[in-house]
Design a protein around this ligand. Structure first.
Ligand code: NAD
Length: 470
């Protein structure tokens, strides 16, 4: 039993959530042991000569599960990465993939580095060397372990990793699939960059399609009626804000590392995007008030709080001050186990990370499929669909004297392109997963989404292990 005054680590928090779920559902006790164990962790310390000086870098890759292959999970470049954190994130990946039916195991990697301190040339050298360390030890390949962007990494790093892999394994015809989240020019897929944020928006849209759930949360009926505060304006935070803004929601506050901005009338996210590009910060954006200590924004009055930056940002220290009625976890592990319990007691609705931010791995899965099938999605059937649409339109014209409106004709005579297919696949995944969460909550008489979501993950993984053998 943990003492009340000792703050559990991220990994302990995840394991407490697993234990909590195990207390509510029937799982084979042997499988339960596996679920809390990280299968393997590679630790590397490698030297690089940068500008005439040797520097040693420290990195990890953890594979939590390999009941399905490849294992999948982001690569994090940050100054506070450590093995426990990477193991915690790897286990969340296992559960997340199961929730959204992505047939991958769970993994995560991290490199202890402040990317701001190095120029592009040095970052390329460091990233490629780290990638080679992982590749040589079997921790990076299209079939075994496929990284993606996470905190501190982006399309740029994924491109470098792909290049490193290709040069070490030139005979691997599937080399493109060794990493996801690449740029579209180098085997990436349209929509992956925005996928996690769009998935967050899809999760909320799906929630608002269920009036009884909305009523329980005690908020207005429509997503467009909500006041939202977001923590983090990086890939996930920005793309969540953008998608929600496009869907009519009002973003009233954004918290960043160096401060926050607030306007209770709403922030124009499109304008903010331009402002950030020009000024390299969101601070002092016209019409907004600057909040010096951005963490204060977590406790501001709003309907929905979206932590999209870091883990453990809502703990017992600030749980009682949270005013939002709904917390949608765009980041991994933003709420500690104990804070989660406290918030539940207070009737807060929490849409858990392993569902809410699963849009990223979902579209990564689509990218991986595109890479191993060596063909753009929609390439074979787009024109076929258009010709069928034309035939239907002509048939209607022949039997009816009425003319169809132009926009209806355009809709009929339209074959889906890759972006349409990806966005429909993402929407479907998020909608189906939410319905499964509701069914699981009902089946085991659970009183919150987190338990129901973990229950789905644990039951699916149990089935997979029992069928394959251990
Ligand atoms: P990112 O590096 O692009 O963005 C993180 C942002 O958070 C940065 O803008 C940073 O300045 C800001 N930030 C850091 N400390 C902060 C603080 N104390 N207060 C406010 N803001 C702070 O990273 P990301 O890819 O957007 O990832 C964010 C979270 O989402 C992480 O938990 C990550 O694991 C999770 N996630 C990411 C993806 C993905 O596809 N990138 C997928 C699933 C989950």
């Amino acid at each position: 039993m943990l003492k009340q005054d000792k703050k559990p680590s991220f990994l302990e928090n995840v394991n407490m959530m697993v234990n909590d779920t195990l207390n509510h559902i029937d799982i084979d006790p042997n499988i339960a042991k596996i679920l809390k164990t990280c299968r393997s962790v590679l630790q590397v310390k490698f030297p690089i000569k940068l500008k005439g000086e040797i520097k040693i870098f420290h990195g990890w890759r953890a594979v939590h599960s390999n009941h399905r292959l490849p294992a999948k999970g982001g690569l994090r470049f940050a100054t506070n990465v450590n093995q426990e954190e990477i193991e915690a994130l790897a286990s969340l990946m296992t559960f997340k993939c199961a929730v959204v039916d992505v047939p991958f195991g769970g993994a995560k990697g991290g490199l202890l580095i402040d990317p701001q301190k190095y120029d592009e040339e040095s970052m390329e050298k460091i990233t490629k060397k780290f990638a080679r360390e992982l590749i040589r030890r079997g921790y990076l390949s299209p079939a075994r372990d496929v990284p993606a962007p996470d905190v501190g990494t982006s399309q740029r790093e994924m491109g470098w990793i792909l290049d490193a892999y290709k040069s070490l394994r030139p005979d691997d015809i599937n080399h493109m699939a060794c990493v996801t989240g690449k740029s579209v020019d180098h085997g990436g897929i349209k929509g992956r960059l925005e996928a996690t944020g769009r998935g967050v928006c899809e999760a909320l849209k799906e929630f608002f399609r269920h009036p009884e759930e909305v009523q329980r949360a005690g908020v207005n009926k429509e997503l467009s009626d909500q006041n939202i505060i977001i923590q983090g304006f990086g890939n996930v935070g920005f793309n969540s804000a953008k998608a929600l803004f496009q869907n009519g929601a009002k973003i009233i506050g954004i918290a960043e590392k160096d401060g926050g901005i607030f306007n209770d009338k709403g922030i124009d996210i499109k304008e903010l995007e331009k402002y950030q590009l020009e000024n390299n910060t969101i601070l002092n954006f016209p019409t907004t008030k600057t909040i010096k200590n951005s963490a204060d924004l977590l406790s501001y009055d709003c309907d929905i709080l979206i932590p999209a930056a870091l883990e453990n940002v809502v703990s017992l220290d600030n749980a009682d001050s949270i005013k939002a009625k709904i917390i949608c976890e765009a980041a991994n592990g933003p709420i500690t186990y104990r804070a989660d319990q406290r918030l539940r007691e207070k009737g807060k609705v929490i849409i858990p990370d392993i569902y809410a931010n699963a849009g990223g791995v979902t579209v990564s899965y689509f990218e991986w499929i595109r890479n191993i099938s060596h063909i753009r999605m929609g390439r074979l059937n787009k024109r076929y669909e258009e010709h069928r649409g034309e035939a239907i339109f002509k048939a209607i014209e022949q039997i009816s004297p009425n003319k169809l409106p132009k926009d209806m004709i355009n809709q009929l005579v339209y074959g889906a392109n890759e972006e349409d297919i990806i966005s429909s696949g993402l929407e479907d995944t998020m909608r189906v997963a939410f319905q499964e969460i509701l069914e699981m909550r009902e089946k085991y008489n659970l009183n919150n989404y987190r338990l129901a979501t973990y229950a789905i993950a644990l039951k699916k993984i149990e089935k997979s292990y029992l069928e394959l053998g251990i």
